[in-house]
Design a protein around this ligand. Structure first.
Ligand code: NAP
Length: 305
């Protein structure tokens, strides 16, 4: 079996994973959007990872989705709104024993991908690492963190976790990956949309304590209703802790909106509202927050799906 890491999307996280795996001597192939992006990448001479201000360029081989050849291991590093379509076009190349690792934030995109490739094993990831693109093919490793990986359908860990260990990619296999993803989603819903609507850093939400607490109460109700009681435990306290600890930061959604980039709202607050509707659970404050956020995005010409 091929042990090549095919990495779909050479943006921030994709480049971070690709660089560390390649640096550790693992075979890596980047899969770029199309021939134009491939030519631009080849002209740049490779991917540059900037760590502690030190750039390292690695000439990692790259290809387009229509390249021939089977894929046994695919790391999906696109945004949540691109993942389903991007993986669907690779479906014919995915081997029957393929593992597909999904790095997307939020929930909803993982199931959409899994439906497109029922013959592959889909592994969900939740990452607290931070990276951003300084320019095309140049990525800054901005925040050390951790990666939780798990398969809601199968608790057996895959053998390639050894590659992550060997390459210094901090990780842990967990059968409770959905709890992790729901908890991160709940934290996001309690903080990020309000930072956009109040036009503030995370710390600015200390002045909106009641509004945050009301959202947390509704999120706890939903998590309990949809079978995620562990993700609900002490949510309000953790949200307050995160607001304090990251008071000087702008949330990722704030930064996306400020820079005119599409947000992942559909897989964050949008997912919460859709699951609530499925469970006949009325969450008036979260639903109103979602409507206000959609209006805010539309008023700026940004998509809300
Ligand atoms: P990003 O920098 O925007 O990178 C996404 C990449 O996907 C882009 O390079 C894009 O290509 C590529 N792409 C999109 N459609 C494609 C297709 N059909 N074929 C090939 N490539 C395609 O995004 P990111 O920040 O790495 O985020 C990826 C996911 O990780 C998101 O869900 C995000 O929420 C999550 N996450 C990110 C961080 C972080 O620090 N960045 C941390 C935790 C979680 P082009 O370059 O051609 O546009």
């Amino acid at each position: 079996m091929s042990s090549t890491w095919h990495i779909l999307g050479a943006g921030s996280l994709g480049s971070l994973w690709a660089s560390r795996l390649a640096r550790g001597g693992k075979p890596v192939q980047l899969i770029l959007r199309d021939a134009t992006r491939l030519m631009a990448y080849e002209a740049a001479g490779g991917l540059t990872l900037i760590e502690h201000g030190q750039p390292t360029t690695l000439a990692i081989p790259a290809q387009t989705p229509d390249t021939q050849g089977p894929i046994h291991r695919l790391l999906v590093a696109c945004k949540a709104y691109d993942a389903e379509q991007a993986v669907a076009q690779l479906a014919p190349r995915l081997a029957f024993d393929a593992d597909v690792i999904l790095l997307q934030n939020g929930l909803g995109s993982q199931d959409a991908v899994a439906n497109k490739v029922p013959h592959a094993r889909c592994i969900f990831a939740s990452s607290t690492e931070g990276a951003f693109r300084q320019a095309d093919w140049q990525v800054v490793f901005a925040g050390h963190g951790f990666n939780w990986l798990g398969d809601p359908a199968n608790p057996l860990p895959p053998d390639w976790l050894d590659d992550l260990q060997a390459c210094g990619i901090p990780h842990q296999w967990t059968p409770d990956i959905l709890t992790r993803l729901w908890r991160k989603l709940a934290l996001n819903c309690a903080i990020n949309p309000l930072t956009v609507l109040h036009d503030c850093r995370n710390g600015g939400l200390q002045a909106h304590h009641c509004e945050v607490a009301t959202l947390c109460a509704e999120l706890v109700e939903l998590l309990q209703r949809c079978g995620q009681p562990q993700a609900a435990e002490h949510l309000s306290e953790e949200v307050e802790r995160v607001i304090q600890a990251t008071a000087a930061n702008y949330s990722s959604m704030y930064q996306d909106v400020a820079q005119g980039r599409r947000t992942e709202i559909h897989y964050l607050l949008g997912h919460v509202c859709r699951v609530a509707a499925r469970h006949d659970c009325s969450l008036p404050h979260l639903e109103r927050l979602y409507r206000r956020l959609v209006e805010h995005l539309n008023a700026r010409g940004l998509p809300s799906d």
